[in-house]
Write a protein that binds this ligand. Structure first.
Ligand SMILES: Nc1ncnc2c1ncn2[C@@H]1O[C@H](COP(=O)(O)OP(=O)(O)OP(=O)(O)O)[C@@H](O)[C@H]1O
Length: 363
């Protein structure tokens, strides 16, 4: 049988069947179409970047963020976005996992010529995930890790003086999140989980340029480009609830590959009713560390208090009666400095409270 020609250039031999569209394409056309789709996500509407912006790529050493670092470097040059790119890695303190993947990031730093900053949970919170798992067990550890990482990325970005963080969340991740938010009835998160860029008051802008990139295509891209990435799963138990959504999504994808993008489109079409929006809490700054929070204590400080008190589950159930200072001898996260490198002063905790009060005041 003669070889199938590429359905895009019609010249070279088709070597891959695109998981997203079923098109049979040659390697070069696959690279081009993959990169162009990411470029389209980046430039759609008024675009996610501004010229001259300093952008931190959340780099875990895994396939998604490695491909993101590579593709962003390529597109930044090809389309002259004018971005100043950095790699930002969070060391969660997971022996035999993150220490190995960080070695991959260090290699990427050399390959892509991008400056790298590594910030650890240990220096920020005084805890490693190894220590946390020792105390709380494996069951709830993903909650701690997710909350701590989110804040650690913001703090790392502030230290780098960047205004924008991009992560390698892909189409599969986003479709899973839509499903999870529906299953949990988390309407507020459902309303914002499909946005390419999110930014609330006084938080660093975050974007997901791989919003429409299928995980399978990211793996194919990394494989054909021979990129160096770390492919081991986290050694601690995965998020069980997300695991169910993932299995369900993979089953749907096997029957109908467009299921992933269809679920994202469904998520995009949800609109929050005004009554839901009104019920959402105003933001203030955490009384213990100054990080943006909808309660007196941010989630990370509430979790730390739980850890310090030797409890495992108390933390997410924040009480409004929290004290404003850490108990004696207990660790406080260094005060959050949103603008540490660019000389703009950060609002004080009281200013944060005043702002929150103003936000809910009926005038
Ligand atoms: N330790 C970390 N340091 C910096 N960024 C991270 C870290 N962990 C995750 N991220 C960012 O969050 C994104 C989603 O993380 P997730 O834990 O879902 O990993 P993933 O889907 O396996 O991604 P990857 O293949 O990049 O590890 C990553 O692509 C990366 O941009």
């Amino acid at each position: 049988m003669p070889p199938t020609p590429c359905s895009l250039c019609h010249i070279a031999r088709a070597l891959v069947k695109r998981p997203k569209t079923g098109q049979q394409v040659c390697k070069d056309c696959f690279f081009e179409v993959f990169e162009t789709e990411v470029h389209n996500t980046i430039t759609e509407g008024k675009g996610i970047f501004e010229r001259g912006e300093k952008v931190a790529i959340g780099a875990s050493g895994g396939k998604d963020s490695t491909v993101l670092a590579h593709v962003l470097s390529v597109l930044n040059k090809r389309y002259d976005y004018g971005l100043d790119l950095f790699l930002l890695s969070i060391d969660e303190g997971i022996t035999g996992y993150r220490d190995d993947s960080l070695e991959t990031v260090k290699q990427n730093q050399i390959e892509y010529g991008l400056p790298l900053k590594i910030l650890s949970y240990n220096e920020l919170y005084g805890w490693t995930m190894d220590k946390i798992v020792e105390q709380v067990g494996r069951r709830n550890n993903c909650t701690f890790c997710g909350v701590f990482r989110r804040q650690a990325l913001d703090r790392g970005a502030a230290q780098l003086g960047v205004d924008h963080i991009v992560t390698g969340h892909n189409a599969d991740d986003i479709a899973e999140t839509v499903l999870m938010n529906i299953m949990r009835g988390d309407i507020a998160r459902l309303g914002r989980c499909t946005a390419v860029t999110t930014q609330s008051e006084d938080t660093i802008k975050r974007s997901k340029p791989f919003k429409y990139a299928y995980e399978k295509e990211i793996v194919m891209y990394a494989y054909f480009k021979k990129l160096t990435y770390f492919s081991t799963e986290c050694i601690y138990s995965p998020d069980a609830y997300r695991g169910h959504a993932r299995v369900f999504l993979k089953d749907l994808e096997a029957i109908r590959p467009s299921a992933i993008v269809d679920i994202i489109h469904s998520g995009e079409s949800f609109q929050l009713e005004q009554s839901v929006q009104k019920g959402m809490k105003a933001m203030q700054t955490c009384l213990r560390c100054g990080y943006i929070s909808s309660n007196d204590l941010c989630k990370a400080c509430a979790l730390l208090e739980g850890l310090e008190a030797g409890l495992d589950r108390s933390a997410l159930r924040q009480t409004q009666a929290n004290s404003s200072t850490a108990p004696e001898g207990h660790r406080t996260i260094p005060m959050f400095e949103r603008y540490s490198n660019i000389g703009v002063s950060q609002p004080s905790a009281t200013e944060g409270i005043e702002k929150a009060v103003q936000a809910i005041e009926i005038k």
